[in-house]
Design a protein around this ligand. Sequence first.
Ligand code: PLP
Length: 419
Amino acid sequence: MAIEQARPGVIDGSALRADFPVFDRPHRSGVRLCFLDSAASAPKPRTVIEAVADTYAHHYANVHRGIYELSEDATGRFEDARRSLARFIGATSDREVVFVRNATEAINLVAYSWGRSNVGPDDLLLSTEMEHHANLVPWQQLADATRARLEYVRVTDDGRLDLDDLRARMARGPRLVALAHVSNALGTINPVAEIAAMAREVGAVTVLDAAQSVPHLPVDVARLGVDFAALSGHKMLGPSGIGALWGRRELLDAMPPFMTGGSMISRVTLEGTSWNEVPWKFEAGTPAIAEAVGLAAAVDYLEGLGMSNVRAHERLLFERAWSALGELEGIRLLGPDSVEEHAGVISFVVDGVHPHDVATVFDAEGVAVRAGHHCAQPLMHRYDLPATTRASFSVFNDLDDIERLIDAIGSVRRLFGTA
Ligand code: PLP
């Protein structure tokens, strides 16, 4: 995508809330909902909701099969959505974008299809200690199925990938390196271009879990130099049930299908079947048509704001929240103490209070955050924590939300006598 000039302060989060119908809903506390859980799943702007509803109402039929106007209309919109998403993430061709349900399915597609045909006994697979289970369990399964070795790049005490450890493991010639662009549990932005270049040098394929970066930073998969990237629509203001795998064309072409059945075939006889071209080879059965159109509306919304502006806005919110939280006693902050290396996600622990209790007190004040292991249990284990509380920011948040967050921590500490 074109990297536009960032203009800090250009996004007015409170004004954008008018675009999101969920904020019309009164919170039971009587105060405005302060939503700080977009890393789990983001609210939807009206344009996305309307695009989905309009597709079902006026443009819906099955795609790629009907020889009639309505089906051609639906097919056109579905394929236009693929083109929008391809442009948004810097893919050189829309044929490299496979629609799937979510990032989890995208990573499983690679683990099954690429993995089972390219990995063998004693091959080395590299993942990291900071991965979401979606980018960890599929590699464990692949290692088990192929008798490959799976190693994890260590994470430093301050929430960065340990690059010395990474280099040492890279020197052993892995077949695959799977890592998150942005950690959902720490907010760390990993140096992906640097790591992908190292991987390329040793002949490894890089799988990027971009679920937490595509909604928040300008992402250009070609410039990053990765081989595959996975994303979820619901985290980027789009519908649930739709996501994408981007992959380099030559890799996708060479891979066998993941699931088989209708749509993904070229010709079927009782004796055997030949496959459709990419990306349709990987899209067995009827896809999520209206949801793909909704995802394109989410892309339009984010592009309208400009991804550099989105990043600048969330960075400002992060800076304010990080420094205000850092001034409080008895609060442990996780992840790098660096605005350049930290997305709009703050994971923290209030000494002496379980994160679930923190989130419950927050909820009573209309502040929605996530508490738990964030589907990153090995990372929690690494920091010897059962769970953390996580606040994550999006375009509709503003400095008032940061004040609400800080005030809610004050309430927790007063209630639990830790102030
Ligand atoms: N990767 C990361 C970093 C995530 O944060 C998540 C979801 O929280 C996923 C993958 C999985 O996304 P989904 O549940 O949409 O497949």
